[in-house]
Structure formats: structure tokens, C-alpha cells
Ligand binder design. Structure first.
Ligand code: BGC
Length: 536
């Protein structure tokens, strides 16, 4: 049964962090051949698509989000031929393939930046980036007071005295999107991969391309940096709202012109999609990115941060759904990604994580799952000296960064390195990871993996699930979230510490996140931290 006319509108998309998925060539780093080996597993999950974090040529100062050649594969991952094979084999397994694209910056190893460093101030080569003279008597002060999101100043000085802008690491110079050459080069990259057969792109920092008032100081750059960390507790909600609603380097109106251009390119191809990453405020501004002539989907950060609290979940879900409905775009839901603590670790409870996952899978729109989430995998921990994230390195460990959620997957409890690789992995795995090995979870009916599989199986076939059908929130007691989807589904989540009873009209229990749910004679008995799907 077709619930929609475009595959991506309610697709389940599985994010692969290739370096940590599976290592086929035994160097301790995941690769494309490893992803190909993993395709039967991926297909068995009941997902629609895989999204691969970047695999392009890169010196790897920021987990390959520092791209030195966007139209070639990094040798660590394999070759262009491997990428082609992956696309072909994934399609044969019934999976769409989405790649990352990183338009805010290049790596300082990119040929353009190498040229810019050799060229003179004011040259065409420097005009592809943001080069400026410094302030102060001999230009020794940065052109403005902006900070890098990875701590420290957002400017680095070349020996000839000019400074260049980098919102992230100093090896990630920001591109100047006022320059037509930048537009032309990205068109070439989009077409290169679309022609190779990929089904879409996840657009990194999609709200960041256009900068304004570059030579004007920000009123409070340090507080703004704190407000931009998605897991921060250092700023109040009011401060964050105030600072994020007006950022000179993010979410400027001019960015939409770029996506209108891109949409025309996508429309020349059949069935392709884009999903933007954008951290904007207020969240109603997300809808601007998915107007009918711009991107197809946009992430919202609400669920990456959401507390296990019925009222907060209801507020965020209904807000996102109604804001995106104004432009006819489907919502997307992600509880984990490669930049955020894993859900189980964040909530400190597998029961809560499963309950939130089941609730989320019943919302309208598209669902993103991050590798290992389906196993109930917790974050890894490691000494600062073993960390690779530039956030940990630049802050000298004051901020531990994002390595915890990037630790290589356990495939088997009994093999060295849990079957990820024959070699020591690039980030250390926890000794407890054997408990979450794919091989063990496959054969355990109670495992997270089998819970996710059943969830996705029902979601695929139930006429009320996925799709963009109506959702109606029901009145319920504090700590309980209840809603219906039509036709025929009631979802109830108990976020409190005790069991609850609720009078409800339904037929039977369809699926539950834990144990001990009872439904007899219109009375639902729901244990603490549990979600249930009921057939109506
Ligand atoms: C990516 C990060 C990356 C940053 C800079 C983000 O939004 O998801 O992993 O460090 O962009 O490219």
C-alpha cells in the first residue's frame, strides 16, 4: 500500500558512520567494503535508506567533515569503484543511498585553499574564501570577535598577515557563497554523485553558507558559542532564544537562494531528496528551508535533546508537526546522531530509550536511526589522549566532544574487537559492548534489535503509521502522553516512575516497549517508562 507519492516523505533512514560501521580490510577503520558486507544486516532491519556520513578525500581533522576533494573517495574508505558497487548493491537490496555534502567549508588541503595560500591578498584565489586584513596597528587583531564552534577564535592568520574565517576547525576554511565559482563547483559535485546514482544528500550546516556583517563584532560571542552547543546547560532558554534568533553567520535569508538553485538541479533527476541540517531559532524558521522550491526535509534538533517528559515531548512534537505543515513538508525525527550523546546514555535507561523510540516511530513523517541505536548501544568512554574529535583536542579535554557516540559497532561477542575489525579499532570499544553484539541480539527475542525490527515492520504495514496522516493528542493525566493516528491506532506513553491506568477505547495491544502492559475491558494498565501501541 502506498501511503504517499514520494518515497522519502515517511522513509526510515539509517545513518552509517562509515569509519565505525565495519572494517573489511583490517586496518582498524570502517570502509565501504565493510558497508557492502553489512548490507544483508541493514536490509533485515526493515529500513528504506542508508545515509553515509562523509567518505570523501580528507585529511580527517574533523571526522571527514573537512573535505579536500568532494568528488573522490578517501583511500581509507576505498575507491570510487567501491562507492559505485555500494550504490548498486544497496539498490539491489531495496535500499536507497544518501551521501553527505559539506557546502559551508572545504578542508585547508583542498586545492582551492592551497592556491589561496600561495596567492596574494585581493586575488581571485582568495575570493573563494573569506580573507580579510586584521585590525590593530599592524593587523594583528582578528577581523571580528567571532568564535569557532570548536572553541578559540574563528580566524587564523597566514604568514602574509591576512586572516581567514573558519566557523569550525582552522583546517576548515569557510567558503564564500557570494562567489559564483563556489556555486558552479557545488553544482558539479551534486551532479557528479547524482549521475553515479545516489538518491539524495544530507546537507551539512545547511543554515551556515551565507554570512553577513563580517566586519562587525558580535555583542556576546562567548555566550553565543555556548548557546550553539546543542547539549549545553550553560545558558538559559531565554538567553539561547535571544542569541540564536540573530546570528550573523547562520540562517541568513540569502541561504534560501542557494537551495532554490539546487532544487532545480534535483528536479532534473527522478525521486531524489535532500535533508538539511539546521540549528535555527525560532524553530518555525526551519519551515523556510523546506518550502516547495527548496529542500525536501529538514532535521529538527528538538528530539536529540528531548527529556523523557510527556509534556515536553508533546509540545515539541506538535510544534514541529504544525510548523512544517505550513509549507507541506514532512517532519523528520532523530533521537541520535554522530554529534550527540547516544539516547540510552543521555536518558540513563534502556527502558526509557525504548519507550521514547516507540513513541517517536508512531509520529507522522520520516524516521532517522543512527547506527547502534537499534542495539541499545551506550556511549563509549575513553581517556582524553585516545580522543580524536577536534572539540576535545582544541579544548584540551575541557570538552570531551563527540567520540563517545562514534565508537565502532560490535558485530560478534566472541571475535576480537567484537568482530568490527581484525585490527585494533581507531577508537577503543567498551568491554561491555559484547552484550550488544549484533550476532547475539539477532537470536535474542527480547533484544533491542528485535524490538526495533518489530517496530519498523508494523510501521511499514499499518495504514496509520508513517505517512502524514492526522495525529490527535488525547487528554491524559500528567506524565502521560497519548495520541491517535488514523485509521485505527492509539499510542500511550507513561513517562512517570509508577504504573498508570487509563480508560481507553481500543481492541488489542499491537506492540509495547517493555513488559507488563495490560488492556482489559477498556482499561489500560501501563507500567512506568513504557509505551504501547494499541489497535483501535
Ligand atoms: C557535522 C559535524 C561537523 C560539523 C562541521 C556538523 O554539523 O554534523 O560532525 O563537525 O558539521 O562540518
Amino acid at each position: 500500500m502506498m501511503k504517499h507519492d514520494s518515497w522519502w516523505r515517511d522513509a526510515v533512514i539509517y545513518q552509517i558512520y562509515p569509519r565505525s560501521f565495519r572494517d573489511a580490510n583490517g586496518d582498524g577503520e570502517g570502509d565501504l567494503a565493510g558497508v557492502i558486507e553489512g548490507l544483508p544486516y541493514l536490509a533485515s532491519l526493515g529500513i528504506d535508506a542508508i545515509w553515509l556520513s562523509p567518505i570523501y578525500r580528507s585529511p580527517n581533522n574533523d571526522g571527514f567533515y573537512d573535505v579536500a576533494d568532494p568528488r573522490d573517495i578517501d583511500p581509507l574508505f576505498g575507491t570510487l569503484a567501491d562507492a559505485e558497487l555500494l550504490i548498486k548493491e544497496a539498490h539491489a537490496a531495496g535500499l536507497k543511498v544518501i551521501f553527505d555534502i559539506i557546502p559551508n567549508h572545504f578542508s585547508s588541503d583542498h586545492i582551492w585553499f592551497q592556491e589561496a595560500m600561495r596567492a596574494a591578498p585581493g586575488s581571485a584565489a582568495r575570493a573563494r574564501f573569506h580573507f580579510y586584513d586584521g585590525r590593530g596597528e599592524s593587523g594583528e587583531l582578528t577581523p571580528n570577535n567571532w568564535n569557532s564552534l570548536f572553541t578559540g577564535p574563528a580566524w587564523t592568520r597566514l604568514p602574509d598577515g591576512q586572516w581567514y574565517l573558519h566557523l569550525f576547525d582552522s583546517s576548515q576554511p569557510d567558503l564564500n557563497w557570494d562567489n559564483p565559482e563556489v556555486h558552479a563547483d557545488f553544482e558539479k559535485t551534486l551532479r557528479f554523485w547524482l549521475d553515479l546514482g545516489i538518491d539524495g544528500f544530507r546537507i551539512d550546516v545547511s543554515h551556515g553558507l551565507v554570512k553577513e556583517d563580517i566586519l562587525v563584532d558580535h555583542r556576546d560571542p562567548d555566550l553565543l558559542t555556548k548557546a550553539l552547543r546543542i547539549d549545553t546547560t550553560d545558558v538559559t532558554a531565554e538567553q539561547r532564544a535571544d542569541l540564536l534568533s540573530d546570528m550573523p553567520f547562520f540562517d541568513r535569508d540569502g541561504v534560501h537562494e542557494i537551495y532554490r538553485e539546487w532544487r532545480k538541479i534535483f528536479n532534473e533527476y527522478k525521486d531524489r531528496m535532500t535533508v538539511g541540517e539546521a540549528f535555527v531559532y525560532p524553530t518555525s524558521r526551519l519551515a523556510n528551508y523546506v518550502r516547495p522550491d527548496e529542500l525536501h526535509q529538514i532535521f529538527n534538533f528538538d528530539f536529540l535533546l528531548i527529556e523523557w517528559d510527556a509534556a515536553k515531548i508533546r509540545e515539541a512534537a506538535s510544534r514541529v508537526i504544525s510548523e512544517l505543515a505550513t509549507v507541506g513538508a514532512p517532519p523528520t525525527w532523530a533521537l541520535n546522531n554522530h554529534d550527540s550523546p547516544r539516547l540510552v546514555s543521555r536518558l540513563g535507561s534502556l527502558a526509557k530509550a525504548r519507550a521514547l523510540a516507540l513513541l517517536t516511530a508512531a509520529l507522522p513523517g520520516s524516521l532517522y536511526i543512527y547506527q547502534g541505536e537499534e542495539l541499545g548501544l551506550p556511549d563509549g568512554d575513553m581517556p582524553v589522549s585516545a580522543r580524536k574529535d577536534p572539540i576535545a583536542i582544541r579544548s584540551k579535554g575541557a570538552d570531551l566532544g563527540r567520540d563517545g557516540c562514534r565508537v565502532p559497532l560490535p558485530w560478534s561477542a566472541h571475535q576480537p574487537h567484537f568482530g568490527f575489525s581484525s585490527h585494533t579499532p581507531w577508537l577503543p570499544q567498551m568491554s561491555s559492548y559484547g552484550d550488544y553484539a549484533i550476532e547475539s541480539e539477532v537470536s535474542d527475542p527480547e533484544s533491542s534489535l528485535n524490538f526495533y525490527k518489530k517496530t519498523l515492520e508494523i510501521r511499514k504495514h499499518h495504514p496509520a503509521l508513517g505517512g502524514e496522516g492526522q495525529i490527535t493528542f488525547l487528554e491524559s493525566e500528567p506524565g502521560v502522553l497519548a495520541f491517535t493516528r488514523v485509521p485505527g491506532l492509539v499510542v500511550v506513553a507513561n513517562t512517570t516512575d509508577g504504573s498508570i491506568q487509563m480508560k481507553l477505547e481500543a481492541q488489542s495491544i499491537l506492540h509495547q516497549s517493555g513488559h507488563g502492559v495490560n488492556y482489559v475491558a477498556d482499561l489500560l494498565d501501563l507500567p512506568a517508562h513504557t509505551t504501547v501501541w494499541l489497535q483501535r
